[in-house]
Design a binder for this molecule. Structure first.
Ligand SMILES: NC(=O)c1ccc[n+]([C@@H]2O[C@H](COP(=O)([O-])OP(=O)(O)OC[C@H]3O[C@@H](n4cnc5c(N)ncnc54)[C@H](OP(=O)(O)O)[C@@H]3O)[C@@H](O)[C@H]2O)c1
Length: 297
């Protein structure tokens, strides 16, 4: 039985799809707001607020009835600007509530936590961070994620570190990808940073790789799950335009230090790149593209 806590978000929607595609298992989807209609027979929805102990205890009682419970934990208060503005609330959701949940879910066969490249901080001279590198986040969101990772790892659970993820949204709310597409369809220019690099990956590939790691029952406590290529946000914009058959000329390169196009308030690393050698070894992969399915060796 797979369980996704935070199932209705951008990543959760793709993990749902990946579990249905890659396994024959049943799936419990958990979030505060559950959909009114459910046409998928293998999915059951349970409402739970992970920051409410009573609600978590009820969820745990339900999960205890299942066999071979494999949990993906995604629920988070994760907008870096809001985390900076409401640090106590953020810590409560991201660290304290996570810690309570995994302590109660001691019967689970697996628990995987979705972390981020933000734990590493700034990549100097295009350095690609390895899982064993020291952590040096530049904002409080990154510190929340470091603390959450420590809780997971010291409880014997698993962490995957994702980069900037981008795909059309399946979550009923537009993603950055959809904003680019909408702008280009309306013949509007879209400014994107040409000097901000990430090992970016689609939600689709990120979700499938995570589920494949779970199926493999890989013992490594932390794995970077990211693409091979160093892509600037501008490069990603060009790829989105190309995939959608839209006018690439409308993607306008701008520099992060000179202009703020994404409206960030809290500090962000200009570039954070990750090394995916471990991921490729575990899953026997040759190349991980941002959008195409990974190539096997
Ligand atoms: N997107 C990325 O590029 C990226 C990159 C690296 C890591 N991550 C990590 O991946 C995770 C998911 O990200 P996402 O982009 O999918 O975010 P998202 O779209 O905001 O999804 C988060 C989900 O968590 C649920 N949630 C939030 N607070 C909750 C609470 N108190 N109790 C129960 N459920 C709660 C929300 O649903 P309800 O509001 O219905 O409860 C939502 O479905 C986060 O931990 C994020 O840090 C994301």
């Amino acid at each position: 039985m797979y369980v996704i806590v935070g199932a209705n978000g951008y990543l959760g929607s793709y993990i749902k799809k990946a579990v249905l595609d890659l396994t024959d298992d049943e799936l419990i989807c958990v979030s505060r707001h559950i959909p009114e209609n459910n046409e998928e027979k293998r999915i059951r929805y349970i409402s739970c607020d992970i920051s409410d102990r009573e609600s978590v205890d009820q969820l745990i009682e339900e999960l205890r009835k299942e066999e071979d419970v494999r949990i993906v934990f995604l629920a988070a208060y994760h907008n870096p600007d809001l985390v900076e503005k409401n640090p106590k609330l953020a810590w409560d959701v991201n660290v304290t509530s996570l810690s309570y949940f995994i302590n109660q879910a001691d019967f689970a066969k697996q628990i995987y936590y979705a972390s981020t490249d933000s734990v590493y901080g700034e990549s100097v001279d295009f350095y690609h961070f390895k899982e064993s590198d020291p952590l040096d986040p530049v904002n409080f969101y990154g510190h929340n994620k470091c603390a959450a990772e420590a809780v997971m790892v010291h409880h014997g659970r698993n962490v995957v570190r994702f980069p900037f993820l981008i795909s059309p949204s399946l979550a009923g709310k537009p993603h950055f990808y959809d904003r680019i597409v909408e702008s280009l369809k309306n013949d509007q220019p879209f400014e994107m940073y040409e000097d901000s690099y990430r090992s970016s990956l689609s939600f689709d590939n990120a979700a499938r790789l995570l589920v494949q790691l779970m199926i493999k029952q890989d013992p490594h406590p932390i794995v970077n799950v990211c693409g091979d290529k160093d892509l600037s946000k501008y490069d990603v914009g060009l790829l989105v335009a190309e995939r959608e058959g839209l006018n690439k000329e409308l993607i306008v390169p701008v520099r992060m230090g000179e202009i703020s196009v994404e409206g960030f308030i809290s500090k962000r690393a200009t570039s954070t790149l990750m090394d995916n050698t471990l991921l490729k070894e575990i899953l026997d992969l040759e190349y991980v593209d941002i959008f195409e399915r990974p190539k096997r060796r």
